[in-house]
Each structure stands twice: as structure tokens, then as C-alpha cells.
Ligand binder design. Structure first.
Ligand code: GDP
Length: 313
């Protein structure tokens, strides 16, 4: 990519897409192309084809997806598989039809088998059964990876697939029913503190382990890979360290400054027991995550409070 390249960031209002857009803007790329979902419904093939024909796009960051936490995946399985298959199929095919030079497809670590050895190496893809709570989403993402690989093989395209671990950052979803654990806990602890509640409910047993990557780090990794990586094999992006949900809850409790109790509700499913990615491959290429979880949580909590203040005005 050079500073004049025509770059489309699909999903630019989401957690990942907005971080990629910020990183591109900071570096001085000035032909950045975006559309909101009301301006362009990526599930609609005719609209996507027309958009690509008009915009002469050279590079695509495909960060648009229907995403959600454990309950959303459980409650809306049809929406998760349909919307994701449609979005990625339309964008990948339109990229090919319109001679896009390179496309970066964002997957997820839920594509790995539930009981794969940890840390998750890229080669574990398709070696075992998936976690049932987010299988429709995972299968859509696996189809997207395979689609990139198949287009590369048959049509000689340069489409790469990047698997980020659990992410957090500004523009996250803080809705308690559909969000992931980290933003949910920030909100729960914040509201408990404001309302002087004696306890905060954390779902599951607190034992599952997760790795958390700040979206600014992921954006840096995506720009790095767009420049340096031209292989059909998937590549992980993570920090290389995980913590238990209990430890995460305690950390957020201290960042928020909440003094009540933490209560675990083990009637809610834990989901996959552990999800830590092996980052050897990307580290060897010369990229490492920089934001520590403590720093990241402090900045996200500050942004969350600032946002609440803006909404009150
Ligand atoms: P996952 O990484 O795909 O399993 O998705 P989540 O981020 O939604 O959940 C991660 C883990 O955090 C699971 O074990 C959840 O049960 C647990 N968890 C604890 N409290 C919460 C909460 O308030 N919201 C969510 N989404 N998960 C929670």
C-alpha cells in the first residue's frame, strides 16, 4: 500500500474496523473508503457489486461481520451464520471481480477445535470438533478462510486471513445481553459502583481462560501483515498470554474502584475452557503486541466514562 492507495475498510464503525481506520489515518493514507451499513448493506450482492465497480478499490480490510458474545451466539445462530456468509462472500467475490490487489480477511480464534492443545497453533484448524455455543459463527469464518485460499489457488489472488484472539478497545459493544465479557464487566462494575450495589454477577465459574488483545494492537498487526504477509495460510494475532475470567473480573474491579463482592453464576455456560493463541509465527515476522491489559483496561474505562458524559449532555 502507498499513501495514495484506494483502501476500503469494511466495518469501519466496529471495534476492529474503527481501529484499522484510525491507524491508516494516523499514517497519512488519504484515499480511505468507508460506508455505514445503512449506506451499503454488505449482505446484498447487487449493492456490493455496484459499490466495488464504482470505487476502484485496491486494498480491502474485511472487518465487517456480525459478532457477539456467548448469549448472542446462542440466541441468534441463524443470523450469525447467514449474515457472515453473505457479507464475506459478497465482499471477497466483488474484490476478485474488480481486481482488488490484496484483501485481508478477519477471522477469529473460535475457528479452532474446542479441545485443541494450547496455545493454539495455526495448523490446528479443522483438526477437531468446534465449541457448540458459537459454531455457526465459526463455520462462517472457516468458510471465509477457505474462500480466500480457494480464490488464491484458482484465480491467483492475494487474500490473507488473520485470526485475532479476543479483542477489546474503543467502540466496543457494551450491551449486557450481546457483548463479550470484558466490556460487559466494565459496565457491570461501573454501574454497581454508581448504584452502591453490594455485588456484581459474573457469568460461569470464573475458571475459563481468555487472552485479550487491544484493538489498536490488532490494527497495527493488520497494517503490518498487509505489507509483509502474502501467504494463504492463516496467521494468529494475540498477546501470547491469557488470564482466567476470575482474574479479569478482579482486575476490572480494581480499575473501576468497586468495593463490593464478585458472585459467580455457574448456571450460565463457560464456553470453551481456554483460548490462547500461539503467536510464534507473527512474532518471527517481527510483530509483537504492545498494550498491556492494565493500560488497555484503564484507557477503555476512561473512554467508557467519557462516552457516558457525552450521552448525558
Ligand atoms: P467467548 O470468549 O466466545 O466465550 O465469549 P464471551 O466473551 O462472551 O465469554 C467469555 C467468558 O466470560 C465465558 O466463560 C462467559 O461465561 C464469561 N462471562 C462472565 N461474565 C460475563 C458477562 O457478563 N458477559 C459475557 N459475555 N461473558 C461473561
Amino acid at each position: 500500500m502507498d499513501l495514495n492507495s484506494r483502501i476500503y475498510v469494511a466495518g469501519h464503525r466496529g471495534l476492529v474496523g474503527s481501529a484499522i481506520l484510525r491507524a491508516l489515518q494516523q499514517r497519512g493514507f488519504h484515499h480511505l473508503i468507508t460506508r455505514t451499513s445503512t449506506e451499503l448493506d454488505l449482505r446484498n450482492k447487487a449493492e456490493v457489486d455496484r459499490f466495488f465497480e464504482q470505487e476502484q478499490i485496491e486494498y480491502v480490510f474485511l472487518a465487517a461481520a456480525k459478532v457477539g458474545g456467548i448469549t448472542a451466539n446462542n440466541d441468534y445462530p441463524a443470523d450469525f451464520i447467514r449474515d457472515n456468509l453473505l457479507i464475506q462472500t459478497n465482499v471477497i467475490d466483488a474484490a476478485y471481480q474488480n481486481q482488488v490487489k490484496k484483501l485481508l480477511f478477519l477471522g477469529s480464534t473460535c475457528i479452532y477445535p474446542k479441545f485443541a492443545p494450547q496455545p493454539l497453533k495455526e495448523e490446528y484448524l479443522l483438526t477437531g470438533e468446534l465449541e457448540p455455543t458459537n459454531q455457526p459463527y465459526a463455520i462462517a469464518k472457516i468458510a471465509g478462510i477457505n474462500m480466500c485460499q480457494s480464490y488464491n489457488r484458482q484465480y491467483g489472488t492475494n487474500y490473507i486471513s488473520v485470526m485475532p484472539t479476543n479483542m477489546y478497545g474503543p467502540n466496543d459493544n457494551f450491551d449486557l445481553q450481546t457483548s463479550h465479557v470484558l466490556p460487559a464487566l466494565i459496565r457491570k462494575f461501573h454501574e454497581a459502583k454508581q448504584n452502591h450495589l453490594s455485588s456484581v454477577e459474573v457469568w460461569g465459574t470464573g475458571n475459563p481462560r481468555r487472552e485479550f488483545l487491544h484493538s489498536d494492537d490488532l490494527a497495527e498487526a493488520c497494517l503490518f501483515l498487509m505489507d509483509q504477509y502474502d501467504d494463504s495460510d492463516i496467521i494468529n494475532v494475540g498477546v501470547g498470554q491469557d488470564i482466567s475470567i476470575r482474574e479479569l473480573a478482579e482486575l476490572i474491579q480494581s480499575v473501576v474502584g468497586y468495593e463490593g463482592e464478585i458472585v459467580f453464576n455457574s448456571t450460565v455456560p463457560d464456553g470453551t475452557p481456554r483460548k490462547l493463541v500461539d503467536v510464534t509465527k507473527i512474532n518471527k515476522l517481527g510483530w509483537k503486541a504492545k498494550v498491556t491489559l492494565q493500560e488497555g483496561l484503564e484507557s477503555v474505562y476512561k473512554a467508557y466514562r467519557d462516552d457516558l458524559l457525552i450521552k448525558q449532555v
